[in-house]
Design a protein around this ligand. Structure first.
Ligand SMILES: NC(=O)c1ccc[n+]([C@@H]2O[C@H](COP(=O)([O-])OP(=O)(O)OC[C@H]3O[C@@H](n4cnc5c(N)ncnc54)[C@H](O)[C@@H]3O)[C@@H](O)[C@H]2O)c1
Length: 336
């Protein structure tokens, strides 16, 4: 890692420790935020640090959680995160899911009483690096109106699938089911940037490119009722199934300090050789067939999900993370 980024990582870690996180939990959380910056997911990076610290101060994130892991079977675990910062709950959960899958072939880990954990793909990478297939779901505060409704209720509820690809970059499809993720809208709002057309409506139901108006209105799901259905299913898998908040009850981390978020996550991991012996060759062949297809004009390379992020990571890993004036100021205040 670039030496300046290491310094930044240590600064973020110190800020978390100052906000009463243990050294281990501060390290996990700081690494997740710095990773988001490196892969260019700025809406899930340092622009959220102040929010986490504010939530700890207001006692709606528990800096010293007693996280309990209930063993349901050799494969299945249920984690009560005790309102920890989401990064820590997710880190424990993916490690448990990996452990269960390595033992039995499949790991299923449900998490309740958690918070916003950042990028699903960050956890998927851990499973894929251990040669496992993974599916990860989390719910999020209301942002999207269910198909046919005028009020938002579902979160941007990302769906994430990961698998070893047999190639350098892992295959990781990690996507919110909104046209763009809410972090990008918050980032645009903080930095006075316009939104693309067709991603949000204002509170009167009119299309808007104004990020502040979009935050007060509703975001649009991908693919109409299909996206709305996917968001709903993620809410069921992450919220209803795990014992967490659901149906619009997850609190907005930036605006609602009336209690913990009680977000839920579901982590599924399984071995690649359950049904065939030569999975890695088969998937490599599968991806190569897709990549060799004739391309539409303007496309240099047909990419598979995760490939672009892997490239960005490799390039940015050595470069200094650029932070805006606003975030610099926040860091200065938070470290005091
Ligand atoms: N924790 C939360 O509550 C929460 C909520 C929403 C989103 N998120 C996270 O935000 C992140 C960003 O989400 P997003 O929806 O903006 O993702 P995105 O639109 O940047 O990418 C979505 C997926 O499409 C793939 N992709 C992009 N360009 C491609 C191309 N040209 N060819 C093939 N595949 C391509 C990416 O690799 C990725 O897997 C994700 O990591 C997600 O987990 C978190």
């Amino acid at each position: 890692m670039n030496i300046k980024n290491k310094k930044l990582l240590n600064l973020v870690k110190k800020i978390f420790i100052k906000h009463k996180l243990s050294t281990k939990h501060a390290e996990i959380s700081a690494r997740a935020l710095i990773n988001a910056e490196i892969v260019g997911a700025y809406g899930h990076g340092l622009s959220r640090l102040k929010m986490y610290c504010d939530r700890i101060k207001k006692k709606v994130i528990n800096p010293k959680p007693k996280i309990r892991i209930k063993k349901i079977s050799q494969s299945i675990s249920h984690i009560d995160a005790n309102n920890s910062i989401g990064f820590v709950a997710a880190d424990i959960a993916i490690k448990k899911a990996i452990q269960n899958a390595k033992k039995t072939g499949i790991g299923l880990v449900a998490v309740k009483n958690s918070g916003h954990y950042g990028l699903s793909g960050y956890y998927a990478e851990q499973a894929v690096n251990k040669n496992l297939v993974t599916m990860i779901y989390t719910n999020a505060p209301p942002a999207i109106a269910p198909h046919g409704a005028r009020k938002s209720l579902f979160g941007t509820n990302p769906i994430c699938f990961g698998t070893p690809s047999g190639l350098k970059a892992p295959y990781i499809l990690d996507t919110s089911i909104s046209m763009i993720n809410r972090g990008k809208i918050r980032f645009a709002s903080k930095n006075n940037q316009k939104l693309p057309i067709g991603v949000a409506l204002d509170k009167f139901g009119q299309p808007t490119t104004d990020a502040n108006k979009a935050l007060k209105g509703v975001q649009l799901p991908i693919a109409g009722f299909r996206g709305s259905g996917l968001a709903w299913m993620v809410d069921i898998l992450s919220g209803v199934l795990t014992g967490s908040n659901h149906a619009g009850k997850v609190k907005d981390p930036f605006e609602d300090f009336s209690g913990p978020q009680n977000i839920g996550h579901l982590f599924i991991t399984f071995k690649t050789n359950l049904f065939v012996k030569d999975y890695n060759n088969r998937i490599k062949d599968n991806i190569k067939k897709v990549k060799r297809l004739p391309k539409v004009k303007g496309t240099k390379e047909i990419m598979y999900p995760g490939q672009n992020k892997y490239k960005r990571y490799k390039i940015n890993f050595k470069k200094e993370i650029k932070i805006s004036k606003i975030i610099k100021k926040e860091l200065e205040i938070l470290k005091k």
